[in-house]
Design a protein around this ligand. Structure first.
Ligand code: SER
Length: 325
């Protein structure tokens, strides 16, 4: 694998929840010119445009994917672009097409164009109602009931196949819900855990689309970025599997999160009106066993519910009070 100075990185999903914060961090580490941001449709921020190369690429078009990999002589890919669980359930056929075709195009592009290493996020959505829901083990039944989950299981199998058949060093983790302060998530079941902060600060009230007792595993964005970079920089002999490693930072229910936010906004009122996303949440783990990632490549998150909530409030309160997004 190229050392840090010779990394040429491409990141898809540049304007999304993870990409918008991963790219600045990668540009800091490997140099601005060496990290190509790839977006589609959503307008990137001025900072993203100013701080390094930005390309608009239709990931459904294999030739376009190959072209961008070749032109920038890419050797490392973070392929983040995907349709998330709640949006995916509204149009499952589109979710399958977008998630699988963009992944197969990227895997093929990587294999044929000398890409050495690729990160692709899997998800807690690989699990389903027949998997154990507490302390969900790394290796267990994977029978998801959401189309998003189906694409994540298929994607894990495909990544593992490309690693064993072609030696493409694909690395993956099963992300839980990601909580972040810079870019809103786009259409997932865990999005409530971000929205509640915005509404608590702006309005002092929030209507939650999940039940109060719904417990899900979560990860704070700085840990998410640390995790993605951590697994990609780990020596080859430490990353022993090429499906998805379980990773987690914390687990809490919607009610517990509301109580933690009340330490900062005591008058916060939350009502619970579960919608179609409740069924998805009920099929997912409540907590995860990530001991294998810890043991293999040293995964260790820094944030728990209290420190995440404090940091989110510190970041969002001044910004939202000024009326910014
Ligand atoms: N945050 C994602 C979702 O809710 C889970 O991977 O869809």
């Amino acid at each position: 694998m190229p050392d840090e100075c010779s990394r040429k990185v491409l990141v898809t999903g540049a304007t999304g929840q993870i990409g918008s914060e991963l790219i600045p961090e990668l540009r800091k580490r490997y140099g601005k010119r060496n990290v190509v941001a790839v977006g589609h449709r959503r307008r990137p921020s001025e900072d993203m445009l100013r701080s390094g190369p930005y390309e608009e690429v239709d990931l459904m078009d294999e030739a376009a994917v190959t072209d961008v990999l070749r032109r920038h002589e890419i050797n490392t890919v973070y392929h983040l672009a995907a349709i998330l669980s709640a949006v995916g359930e509204k149009d499952p056929q589109i979710a399958w097409k977008v998630n699988m075709l963009s992944l197969t195009n990227m895997l093929e592009g990587a294999r044929k164009n000398d890409v050495k290493r690729m990160f692709w996020p899997s998800s807690i959505a690989v699990f389903g109602p027949t998997s154990p829901r507490t302390n969900t083990p790394q290796d267990t039944v994977l029978l998801p009931t959401s189309m998003y989950g189906v694409t994540k299981v298929a994607g894990e199998l495909l990544c593992n196949y490309y690693a064993s058949k072609y030696g493409l060093d694909v690395r993956s983790v099963r992300f839980p819900g990601i909580i972040s302060s810079e870019t809103l998530p786009g259409g997932g079941t865990t999005d409530y855990a971000v929205e509640i902060f915005y509404e608590a600060i702006r309005q002092g009230r929030y209507r939650c689309f999940l039940r109060k007792d719904t417990t899900l595993p979560m990860l704070y964005q700085p840990d998410c970025i640390k995790c993605a970079i951590g697994i990609m920089e780990a020596p080859c002999d430490k990353v022993r599997r090429h499906d998805g490693y379980n990773v987690t930072g914390m687990s809490f229910s919607a009610g517990e999160l509301a109580d933690e936010i009340r330490k900062y906004v005591p008058s916060l009122e939350v009502t619970y009106a579960p919608d179609h996303r409740q069924e998805i949440a009920d099929s997912w783990p409540m907590s995860m066993d990530d001991s294998i990632a810890r043991k293999d490549w040293g995964w260790a998150p820094d944030h728990d519910l209290a420190s995440m909530t404090k940091d989110m409030m510190d970041r969002l309160t001044p910004r939202l009070k000024k009326g910014k997004r």
